[in-house]
Ligand binder design. Structure first.
Ligand code: ARG
Length: 582
């Protein structure tokens, strides 16, 4: 019997390997099994011998032979061999595969290893008030939501915060205009429950006002004055600010809901403004912030910087609040309220200089004791021409239109009247959104990718709908079994495709751990696609409900259910829902 002290198949095999290395008097660091490069020679391989042999000045193959002599008698393996310069190939017994498949099937979280719980703040989304969400927000929302789920699944306490851009000159511009258009708005009154504008009004208004301010210094002066009044806490300005913020957040929240993105906090730049004067005074008193040409800065350059790192601008000579200053104060606020051990910012890679400055300044200020700050950057969404995605007339594409495009394409692919109208519409939405999310998450985040709705919604190839469909298919097999009164039984793995399925499922905990540590959901997307394919090979070769006897049927049903558990969890970690039928 294999010992059951290890939770997963890979942990178990690694333990056996380490024991064998130790019994040969060898160091066991980095001794682990990885999927075999040559499936004809084994299921797994261990590559640790070569480096060890080099250090010990011993012949690697001879060393490998000694280890193999320890492993070969174990009933966990049916074949242990040495290949090439000293690779150890392992063929696992059906018994060990069956045992660990059963263990994973009954393990909570599909076997995902629980970490000692950290409190992690994840800052994603980040829209600005009075502007609709656009293509640039897609990746932050999709990646951020997936990372939120992955870290939560590892047992962490995760706090998602949208960090709205709801302060500063843009608000002053809008308020100064509102005071002219709707003078009553400065006073308290029923308009607050029923504002004279909606999101559409705001999003049309904002670019016009911004352009007017740019063109006319007198108009700009009004905007600056309104900003200063707001920042000084004028009740008239605050009333307008509050409603503008609410109207635009309500509209943005509908897009969050469409994308199934969840936030624990909907705070923003405004929330930390009260902390800024005290923070600045303290930084000046401690000599962390210094005057430079009338402005207040924090020097963040280091001797070994490859390219020059400009100082962080804390306060301009006119005293206006700045993006970086707000981010510094937000670190203080999050530290006070949540005591996080990590703050993760899922923000466009083009802001990497900003975050490098903020992180260094926070460290210099002593704000980061016990906190790791991470910028999880990402590349652009491109059009089929390979350039950043634009609308047909060259404008910035709104997130809403982008999603509508994918949903329409998903709709067109549906065959006629297979489903009643309302279900068909809901299904197109589920498939369209899954298509967009899967495409976004299947490339490593720092590379850009092409938004090609037509390709994304295809049921063939590396797409969201392909993986969703695999889930639906397995679920319908299980459902049919339930109706026929067939129950899952003991897993008894025999066929090649069954072994392949179990081995792949067994990798899931490591895939999740790795994707969490690299902030790389694409590893889970790749895995999900591979698993969906492996299931379809299994299903083609191994009849489930039509298996030749009850034991085989029971085992294959249990395998199908294990696969659905793992695949469903993988999709859930990507933030993708599985429809009931499709
Ligand atoms: N509102 C910002 C923008 O549109 C993004 C905010 C990202 N988060 C942050 N803590 N800076 O660029």
């Amino acid at each position: 019997m294999p010992s059951h002290t290890e939770a997963t198949l890979f942990a178990h095999i690694d333990r056996l390997l380490a024991d064998a290395f130790a019994a040969c008097g060898l160091d066991t660091d980095g001794v682990r099994a990885v999927p075999a490069q040559r499936p004809d020679l084994g299921d797994l391989q261990c590559n640790a011998v070569m480096a060890l042999a080099g250090r010990l000045r011993r012949a690697p193959r001879q060393l490998a032979d000694e280890i193999v002599a320890r492993l070969a008698p174990l009933e966990d393996f049916t074949e242990v061999s040495v290949a090439g310069p000293g690779f150890i190939n392992l063929r696992l017994s059906n018994h060990v595969l069956s045992t660990f498949a059963a263990a994973q099937a009954s393990a909570p979280h599909a076997g995902i290893q629980q970490q000692s719980a950290e409190t992690i703040v994840i800052d994603f989304g980040g829209p600005n008030v009075a502007k609709p969400l656009h293509v640039g927000h897609l990746r932050s929302l999709v990646l951020g939501e997936s990372l939120r789920r992955i870290l939560t699944a590892q047992g962490h306490h995760v706090i998602g915060d949208v960090h709205l851009g709801d302060w500063g000159l843009q608000m002053g511009m809008l308020i100064s205009e509102a005071l002219v258009l709707w003078p009553d708005m400065a006073e308290d009154g029923p308009w607050r429950a029923n504002p004279p504008f909606d999101m559409q009004t705001l999003q049309d208004l904002y670019p016009r006002v911004a352009a007017a301010c740019k063109a006319d210094p007198a108009r700009m002066a009004l905007a600056r004055a309104a900003t200063a009044e707001l920042q000084a806490g004028s009740a008239r300005h605050m009333r307008i600010w509050e409603v503008v913020r609410r109207v635009s957040l309500d509209a943005q929240a509908r897009d969050f809901a469409t994308l199934d993105a969840h936030f624990d906090e909907l705070l923003g730049e405004s929330h930390v403004q009260p902390l800024i004067p005290g923070m600045i005074a303290d930084l000046v008193a401690r000599g962390v912030a210094v005057r430079s040409d009338g402005a207040l800065v924090i020097e963040v350059a280091r001797d070994d910087d490859e390219s020059p790192m400009p100082p962080l601008l804390l306060e301009k000579s006119d005293g206006a609040a700045l993006y970086a200053t707000t981010d510094l104060a937000t670190i203080l606020d999050r530290r006070q309220r949540h005591h996080p051990s990590r703050i993760v910012y899922v923000v466009d890679q083009r802001q990497s200089l900003h975050f490098a400055q903020v992180f260094r300044a926070a460290q210099a200020a002593g704000f980061t004791e016990g906190i790791t700050l991470v910028h999880v950057g990402f590349g652009t969404v491109n059009g089929v021409d390979g350039k950043p995605y634009k609308t047909r007339d060259g404008g910035v594409a709104q997130l809403r239109d982008l999603l509508a495009d994918a949903i329409d394409k998903a709709r067109v692919r549906q065959n006629g009247d297979a489903f009643p109208e309302d279900e068909a519409a809901a299904l197109a939405a589920a498939i369209g959104i899954a298509a967009v999310k899967f495409a976004d998450l299947s490339t490593y985040r720092t590379s850009g990718y092409v938004f090609d709705a037509e390709r994304m919604v295809s049921f063939e190839g590396r797409t969201g709908p392909y993986v969703q469909y695999a889930c639906v298919r397995i679920a319908s097999i299980l459902e049919k079994a339930r109706r026929d009164g067939v129950v899952a039984g003991a897993i008894d793995v025999r066929e090649r495709t069954e072994r392949e399925l179990v081995l792949l499922c067994a990798r899931f905990p490591d895939v999740v751990a790795s994707s969490a540590s690299r902030y790389a959901p694409n590893e889970i997307a790749d895995f999900a696609y591979e698993l969906a394919q492996a299931f379809s090979r299994f299903y083609a070769e191994c009849p489930v409900l039509a298996a030749s006897n009850a034991d085989e049927r029971g085992s294959r049903l249990a395998l199908s259910s294990l696969t659905l558990g793992v695949l469903g969890k993988a999709l859930d970690l990507l933030g993708i829902r599985v429809p009931e039928r499709m």
